[in-house]
Design a protein around this ligand. Structure first.
Ligand code: ADP
Ligand code: MG
Length: 414
């Protein structure tokens, strides 16, 4: 099999096909309405890759994501109906709700039994409108939103934060809310946590809102202080290859909840508010006060926080190639201590390294999704081929392999 056969065609960021698709969907879905066929504007927000710092966000620790050159686009306009109507190329039919009903539909855990229901994907955009309403910005006039995306869903690239960021940016502008990117990230997170019911941290939304070209976002998840860290990948001839295993995860189910509970238990046993407050030097004491499983979960989070700090130091010193071993150590920690890897992710990581990647790790919440490999430009085809043939030998479905470039965050495009 040739490399060409295994690499997905890279999306050309200068040709926003998903942007055009959102415009077309807007016209075909809402075009016949009183307010006409033209959306008032176009907005987009990216997916993200987390370079390092996995399952540290909800432990109030450090993460280092970057926004990618795959985006979710929305075309939107006020509609004067008092209703929010949403359409996605992802779904067969649009969904809608009266704005006044949002308050009885969400939070999902407390929704009244007689509350109107919408299909699951629509809870992302409706949840954003609801969270904005709680923050004091009501979409009183009503709004139409059409959505199209080239962020793969469920691949660990956070298509959810991309849709939240794009919708939040559109509503922020259309309603004149005047919220900044960090506030919009918090709106997105609230929608995902309370309207969708997925217990995620703030990392994905911050990356989608704050991304910069050629840079990562070093985020302190306790203070929400965000520093831009230049990656220097292109000058060093390095790229990030994504190997999407196409085994999809389910964030809101058992495994993720169990890890969060273990982290909370570990912090309580150590007498601290969050695992952020436990250092590598404290792990010996941790061993005395907790069971073996909790200790492994805690050890992952504590050592991962340190790896993020070490990665930032190497990048700031202008040595991006030196982060390879930190990526490798991160993967081993997730596989052995946090136990959230899968056979597909382990095969992807090993194949990438054997073919010349400087380091590789699973990325995202785990239980499937994608691995990333820091790869010298001239080894990219070899890594793609190695992943494809290792998957074939293991009897796994062929992975999707593509490169991602660190890109800008949410913005208005037109
Ligand atoms: P991911 O790792 O991609 O963020 P999640 O399970 O967190 O996976 O979020 C994926 C969900 O987000 C989808 O199942 C769908 O409900 C919603 N979603 C993402 N992108 C879109 C889109 N373009 N249109 C409609 N819904 C979307
Ligand atoms: Mg998600």
């Amino acid at each position: 099999m040739t490399a060409e056969a295994t690499m997905d065609a890279a999306p050309d960021p200068r040709v926003p096909a998903a942007g055009a698709a959102a415009q077309a969907l807007f016209a075909s879905t809402f075009g016949a309405s009183t307010f006409g066929a033209l959306p008032t504007g176009a907005w987009s927000a990216p997916g993200r890759v987390n370079l390092i710092g996995e399952h540290t966000d909800y432990n109030e620790g450090f993460v280092l994501p970057f926004a990618i050159d795959r985006r979710t686009h929305v075309a939107a306009a006020l509609n004067g109906t008092g209703r929010i109507r949403v359409a996605s190329t992802f779904a067969d039919a649009p969904a809608e709700a009266a704005l006044d009903d949002l308050d009885v539909m969400f939070p999902a855990s407390e929704a009244r039994s007689d509350a109107p229901r919408v299909t699951e994907w629509a809870t992302y955009p409706l949840g954003v409108a609801w969270a904005l309403r709680l923050a004091g910005t009501a979409a009183g006039a009503g709004v139409d939103i059409a959505i199209a995306s080239d962020v793969p869903v469920g691949a660990g690239l956070s298509s959810s934060a991309a849709i939240e960021g794009a919708v939040a940016s559109a509503l922020n502008d259309l309603l004149g809310a005047g919220l900044g990117p960090v506030a919009l990230a918090q709106i997105g997170r609230r929608a995902e946590n309370e309207a969708v019911g997925a217990p995620t941290g703030i990392m994905d939304q911050m990356a989608a809102m704050l991304g910069r070209t050629d840079a990562a976002i070093f985020l302190d998840c306790r203070s929400l202080a965000a520093d831009i860290v230049d990656l220097g990948f292109s000058a060093a001839g390095l790229e990030i290859v994504v190997i999407d295993t196409r085994v999809s995860h389910a964030h809101s189910t058992g495994g993720y909840r169990e890890r969060r509970d273990a982290c909370e238990r570990g912090a309580a046993l150590m007498g601290v508010p969050a695992l952020r407050d436990v250092s590598v030097g404290d792990l010996e004491r941790a061993q005395q006060v907790m069971d073996a499983v909790t200790l492994r979960r805690v050890r992952h989070v504590v050592t991962e926080n340190q790896r993020v700090l070490d990665t930032v130091r190497a990048l700031r010193a202008g040595s991006p190639a030196e982060i390879g071993p930190l990526l490798d150590a991160s993967h081993a920690s997730m596989r052995d201590d946090f136990e959230i890897s899968t056979p597909e992710l382990d095969v992807a990581v090993e194949a990438a390294r054997a073919a010349g990647a400087l380091g590789a790790r699973m990325t995202g919440g785990g239980f499937g999704g994608a691995a990333i490999a820091l790869t010298p430009h001239e080894r990219i085809d070899a890594v793609a081929e190695a992943a494809a043939s290792a998957f074939a030998s293991a009897g796994f479905a062929a992975p999707h392999v593509f490169t991602v470039a660190p890109s800008h965050g949410a913005r208005r495009d037109a």
